[in-house]
Design a protein around this ligand. Structure first.
Ligand SMILES: NC(=O)c1ccc[n+]([C@@H]2O[C@H](COP(=O)([O-])OP(=O)(O)OC[C@H]3O[C@@H](n4cnc5c(N)ncnc54)[C@H](O)[C@@H]3O)[C@@H](O)[C@H]2O)c1
Length: 439
């Protein structure tokens, strides 16, 4: 079901009545193949330490306008990587206090920060961490105007070529439902192949579990759009949907329960040249408070959502995943914050974060990245069955004040499995519109 407050008719009606209902900004979404031409001329104000000036030239080469005095801006990029002390933090105040009003609706803010190091003093470490609090608070202040804010903590000496695609993602439509995030960029798994923004998944083979509908099906379409050969896996009951989807994206399918121990062998059989992208997406809910939860509810959720992903990831890490592959695990903000009636689901989704962290550690030797994507409230069949007020709370209690679409998760997955995102590994990326639930 679509978000009713996003409908033009509803908005007009509310305005006529003069009701104090906050009408969320309409988000501009990615609808076609990635084409950097579409972002040419975006006006960006860039300031701060030296990373900023290197970034400025690469942004200009890619068509962004970074000249001063061209406000209103579509984006503000501030390089805060030189901030090491409380006095330095004042630079954030000076830059944003002066410029925040000069932004367009739907704009983007990216703050580049240093990464805490072993040799840091108490003041260094706390000042770097202070930047994350600043950016999260800023995201809550500007979210109602559809403006997103991210903080990227960058390892010293990471090449600008690996930073640029990530900044680009956060400055453009595909990241529209991501805000208030802090991500670490490191050289652990970077590769130099095809850092180009277009055709980024050409020649890659991807497997998506739970791919017959919802987030999985949308992800299949988006990965195929960018050149990947996609195999969708789902329960035998969903075979007709799988067949139709696979045919529409020139892909393939596996009609098998993900808990079946033969899944990994089947995947290897379907991918004689190995797998480049593994998306652990299949998931279910069986909600009850712990006192009322039956044993089968507990077992089912833990087995489908977590045990099956552990078995598949483990087996494919040993054999089947190519050098430089990418793994994604679908977590949830319920796995980060916990949710009433979801002890089983929250446990499985927190477990998924642990699984991705460990897989990243094991996979690093083969330049394999692994990250958890934690959706917030996304409009799918899974959330459709929730009571009206729970749905409304899920939508409104976020910086962007609305639910997300499956394509928001799909675009995030598409980017985080692309070569341009290889500096991101062992991270949790929330795609939640800045949900007030959890960190
Ligand atoms: N929709 C949301 O708001 C939301 C929020 C947070 C996390 N997530 C997570 O995102 C993922 C996708 O969610 P969705 O909203 O698209 O759900 P969905 O219910 O629309 O789709 C889930 C798919 O998984 C498949 N599946 C279930 N059990 C399976 C099994 N044993 N073997 C193979 N396939 C199986 C289903 O048949 C279905 O096609 C899930 O892991 C979910 O927990 C969703």
């Amino acid at each position: 079901m679509a978000d009713w407050l996003q409908k033009k008719g509803t908005q007009k009606f509310i305005k006529t009545l003069g009701l104090p209902l906050p009408i969320p900004s309409t988000l501009k979404r990615q609808t076609e193949v990635i084409n950097p031409e579409n972002w040419k001329g975006k006006k960006i104000l860039l300031d701060g330490a030296s990373l900023g000036s290197n970034l400025s030239s690469i942004l200009e080469q890619n068509g962004f306008a970074t000249q001063q005095g061209t406000e209103p801006f579509d984006a503000l990029v501030y390089d805060a990587s030189s901030i090491q002390s409380i006095a330095d933090l004042k630079k954030l105040y000076d830059f944003f206090n002066g410029n925040i009003r000069k932004m367009n609706r739907g704009g983007r803010i990216v703050i580049l920060a240093g990464m805490p190091t072993d040799g840091a003093t108490l003041e260094n470490q706390s000042s770097i961490e202070a930047i994350t609090g600043f950016s999260r608070a800023l995201s809550k202040e500007v979210g109602k105007r559809g403006v997103n804010v991210q903080c990227l903590q960058i390892e010293n000496n990471l090449a600008i070529a690996h930073i640029f695609p990530i900044v680009h993602f956060f400055l453009t439509e595909p990241s529209v439902y991501i805000t208030g995030q802090v991500l670490q960029l490191s050289s652990k798994a970077v590769v130099t192949e095809n850092l180009s923004l277009t055709n980024s998944l050409k020649g890659k083979t991807a497997l998506i579990t739970g791919g017959a509908r919802g987030i999985g099906a949308e992800t299949a379409k988006v990965l195929a759009r960018e050149g990947a050969k996609v195999i969708v896996l789902d329960i035998p009951k969903a075979e007709e949907d799988l067949k139709t989807l696979a045919a529409s994206i020139d892909g393939d399918y596996i009609a098998m329960d993900v808990t079946d121990t033969g899944v990994a062998n089947k995947v290897r059989e379907k991918c004689p040249n190995g797998l480049d992208i593994l998306i652990n997406n299949a998931g279910i809910t069986r909600d009850k408070t712990i006192a009322k939860m039956t044993e089968d509810y507990w077992d089912l959720v833990l087995n489908v959502n977590l045990k099956a992903s552990i078995q598949l990831t483990d087996s494919l890490l040993q054999s089947g995943l190519n050098e430089g592959a990418s793994i994604i695990g679908l977590s949830s903000i319920s796995g980060i914050a916990g949710n009433v009636g979801q002890t089983n689901y929250s446990a499985s989704k927190a477990g998924m974060i642990g699984l991705m962290e460990k897989a990243a550690e094991i996979g690093a030797a083969k330049k394999i990245t692994a990250n958890a994507i934690a959706p917030g409230y996304i409009e799918t069949k899974m959330t459709e069955k929730l009571p009206f007020f729970v749905k409304e709370a899920g939508r409104r209690l976020s910086s962007l004040a609305q639910g997300g679409a499956p394509q928001d998760i799909a675009e995030a997955i598409r980017f985080f499995v692309s070569p341009g995102a290889k500096a991101i590994t062992a991270q949790v990326i929330r795609v939640c519109g800045g949900s007030f639930i959890g960190r």
